[in-house]
Structure formats: C-alpha cells, structure tokens
Design a protein around this ligand. Structure first.
Ligand SMILES: NC(=O)c1ccc[n+]([C@@H]2O[C@H](COP(=O)([O-])OP(=O)(O)OC[C@H]3O[C@@H](n4cnc5c(N)ncnc54)[C@H](O)[C@@H]3O)[C@@H](O)[C@H]2O)c1
Length: 297
C-alpha cells in the first residue's frame, strides 16, 4: 500500500531533473503518472524506469507552452487512467539576462512556459476535477528567485506570478475540495548548470539530489495532505519550509491621511530603520544614504 494508491497524476516537464524525481516518488507510492516533457525520449525513459520498478506510467510529449498542449495533456490522463486527481506544474526554462539587456523574446518565452503553462494546465485539470466532483490537488512550482534575483527579471517575475496564482486559486477552489500549493525546490539539474554570476562565470554549487523534492509533493497529492492549501513549501535537499505569506509590514497611520509634507517629515524617521533586505540573498538594507548614479570620471 502506498499513500497515493490509484491516484492519477500529471507531472509537467518531468523527463529529467526535479519532475522526474516527482514521477518516481509518486509511482513508488502507488500513483499512475503521466510523465510529460517536450523532450519525448526523456519522458519515455522515465516511463520505462517506472515500469521496470513495477509502477504505472505513460509518456506525453505535449508542449505546455500552449493551451492546446495543456488541454490535450489533461485529456490524456483521463483517457488513460479514467480520471485526474492531481496536476504538478513543474516544466520550466531559464533565459537569464540582465534587465537592461533582456529582450521581449527572453521575457515572453519564460512567461509563456512558466506562467501561462501553469495557468492552462491547472485550469484544464481543475475544470475536470470540478466535473468529477472528486476534489484534487494542484501543485505549482515557484522559486526563491521570486524574491528578486540578479539576471532573472523574466524568471523571477514568472515565479512571483505563480506564487500569487497559487494563493488566488486556493481561495477560489477550496469550495470544490481542490487544494492548491506550490513548492520552491532545490536541486542540481540542467537548469542550475546554467546559473551564472555577475561576471558571467558559471556558478559551481555542491550536488543536490533532485529526487529529494518528491516526498513533499507525494504528501500534497495524498488524501492525508488534504489539510494543506494556499502554501508555498520550500523543499530539498534536507529542508521542509513554510514560506511566509506576503503581508503588509511596519505601518504608520495618520489621522486624515498623508500629505507630501508629512511623508517628507515622517517616512524616513518612522520607517527608515524598518526597510527590509530585498532579493534572494537578503543582504542588509544598504541604501539609506541614497541610491545615486555613479560618479562622473
Ligand atoms: N533546480 C532548482 O534548484 C530549482 C529551484 C527553484 C525552482 N526550480 C523549478 O523546478 C522546475 C524543474 O526544474 P529543473 O531544475 O528540474 O529543470 P530541468 O531543466 O532539469 O527540467 C525542466 C524540464 O521541463 C521540460 N520542459 C521545458 N519546456 C517545456 C514545455 N514547454 N512543455 C513540456 N516540458 C517542458 C524540459 O524539457 C525539462 O526536461 C522548474 O519549474 C524550475 O523553475 C528549480
């Protein structure tokens, strides 16, 4: 007996990396899995691996960068396994460039696959779950990069949108028994092999096993995990973290509202010490004396 026995689950972008780990973990706990990847050979090889271990899986090469692809992917799950219980939106790409150099194409490609792909697959999956009357689980994939990360305007923006969509769908879909969460994983994959520092050098990081993100996903798919919704969970390799919900912080109230003059007098004195570190690296706030252009030489 596994904790997701007989669940039918779609995992996007799962021919390699973190998604492959999700599929292996889900299949080992009894789920029937659609292994989706635009890279058809990689998807097939994960299916073979699952079958060799006695699990149930089927490959899909649909492109989640289109509504048609996402809808066909969800339909495949229904026609092969008779229903859909969970959608794990994992597929992704990076096109890192500094903000000043980023093109529309870099922005649109990342936005389409991450944000629209997540929107389309989740919507097609949720509509079927509502029709079935069974409830279900949607698990999106965000990233710590959504806090702000050098060279990742497109990716950080996409991952922020995914976190915000997660909270919104959790608010809307609880009444149908559908819970919606996201993970912010960590792993050494093809994607992290492309990470570069400010000088364009590839960042060398210690190996992190991608499969170590799967246990939390398996739990979120299971009925036992049905009390969790609207959360971003940091996973892999050794952590299980509940990310703080975005919320308003330090506040100063002023009867009759604020004037420009009052903001000039009180903003820095009341809240200056409260400005928070920003960006993934959370370095202490360093701009109280101003953000100034470089000195002319
Ligand atoms: N690796 C990390 O540390 C890390 C950290 C935070 C978030 N993430 C997120 O985790 C997810 C998986 O990333 P990964 O590190 O395993 O990367 P990866 O590159 O190893 O795997 C991504 C997979 O998605 C597939 N894919 C890309 N576009 C697709 C499309 N249009 N349709 C279907 N499949 C498509 C790729 O072929 C690839 O196999 C991504 O959403 C990524 O942003 C990864």
């Amino acid at each position: 007996m596994g904790i997701v026995d007989a669940k039918a689950v779609v995992v996007t972008g799962s021919g390699r990396g973190i998604g492959r780990g999700h599929c292996l973990g889900l299949a080992a706990e009894g789920a029937a899995v659609i292994v989706n990847d635009v890279d058809a050979e990689e998807a097939e090889s994960v299916v073979k691996e699952i079958a060799a271990a006695g699990g149930v899986a089927s490959a899909s090469a649909h492109d989640v960068g289109s509504r048609e692809g996402c809808e066909a992917l969800i339909e495949q799950c229904i026609s092969e396994f008779g229903k859909i219980d969970a959608v794990v939106n994992n597929a992704g790409i990076v096109r890192d460039k500094t903000f000043l150099k980023m093109s529309d194409e870099d922005f649109d490609d990342v936005y389409r696959i991450h944000v629209k792909g997540t929107f389309w697959c989740a919507q097609a999956g949720a509509r079927k779950m509502v029709e079935q009357g069974t409830g279900g689980s949607i698990i999106n994939t965000t990233s710590g990069a959504h806090m702000g990360n050098f060279g990742q305007t497109n990716y950080a923006g996409a991952k922020g949108a995914i976190a915000s969509m997660t909270y919104t769908w959790a608010v809307e879909l609880a009444r149908y028994g559908i819970r919606v969460n996201a993970i912010a994983p960590q792993a050494s994959t093809r994607m992290t092999g492309q990470l570069k520092d400010r000088d364009g050098n590839v960042i060398e990081v210690p190996f992190i096993d991608p499969n170590l993100n799967a246990p939390a996903v398996v739990y979120l798919v299971s009925d036992e995990g049905n009390w969790v919704t609207g959360q971003v969970i940091g996973t892999g390799p050794d952590r299980l973290v509940v990310m703080n919900q975005p919320s308003y912080g330090p506040t100063v109230l002023r009867e009759d509202g604020w004037t420009v003059d009052a903001v000039r007098r009180y903003f820095k004195t009341s809240l200056g010490g409260q400005l928070q570190p920003f960006g993934l690296r959370k370095v202490p706030y360093a701009h109280l004396s101003g953000v100034l252009p470089p000195e002319k030489k």
